[in-house]
Design a protein around this ligand. Sequence first.
Ligand code: ADP
Ligand code: MG
Length: 289
Amino acid sequence: MSIRVENLSHTYNPGTPFERCAIDDVTFEINDGEFVAIVGETGSGKSTLIQHFNGLLKPTKGRIFVDEVDIWGKGVGLKSIRQKVGLVFQYPEHQLFEETVFKDIAFGPRNIGIPDDEVESRVQEAMKMVGLDYKELRDRSPFELSGGEKRRVAMAGVIAMKPSVIVLDEPASGLDPRGRDTILAEIRELHEKFGFTVVLVSHSMEDVAKLARRVVVLHKARLIADGPTKDVFSNEDILRRAGLEVPQVTRLMHELKRRNMDVRTDILTVEEAKHEIIRVLKGGDSGVS
Ligand code: ADP
Ligand code: MG
């Protein structure tokens, strides 16, 4: 499953005083099996961009291909596109509305005519994938759950549609630290254990460094960088332009370097930093990563 964005532009309220170009001539591709992060400041166009992936927004210019099919081409059913590309909105818990967790997660599959027994097994499986106990929670009201649990119910609702790609818009925002960690661990599992292609929109460079292998940077509606996480995060120029902070641990390595410790600076996690600092303290050879 691939998503290709070709010269995409999106203007809100064209021809009115509120006209706003939110995406300006963006081209890139997401390939099967990737874990890609989309980053950028508030207002840079991230949410607008991802809502084109499954046809929620229509391009003002340009085209979107899902598995090489132009999704706005003649005779293409957006319903099937929306099933392949699952979108978890920012604050998705605001879209929970059924009286039980089961009914909420089952809503999408039922809506596309999946038979009852399969709906049940899908709900069970989806809840397991996001770490929710089926027996304990199925008959509970989603409104009684914790913030993190509500969000995982919403994610399960998307997973129950059996998409190939899961797109998550700021999935950890507004949660307490423990809720964040749990959600991020679940997302990592969705990719590593269950094989979903994942697109993660985030403004936390710490989270992105831990999870994504590739980063796409938006700045004022334009794509200004696209590459392996290490490369993008070691490009201070790009980061400064995009108003992004590198992870603390990466900053620490830059600081050590400035103080004449001969460490590598393309370090993204505490674990890597630990190894690198120990290596240097032991007077080791330059590390092969
Ligand atoms: P991000 O997700 O990176 O914060 P958005 O895609 O939400 O960025 O917004 C990009 C720009 O488009 C912003 O200037 C925002 O104000 C504007 N915008 C977003 N949604 C709408 C809308 N529905 N109508 C008009 N302008 C919008
Ligand atoms: Mg947004």
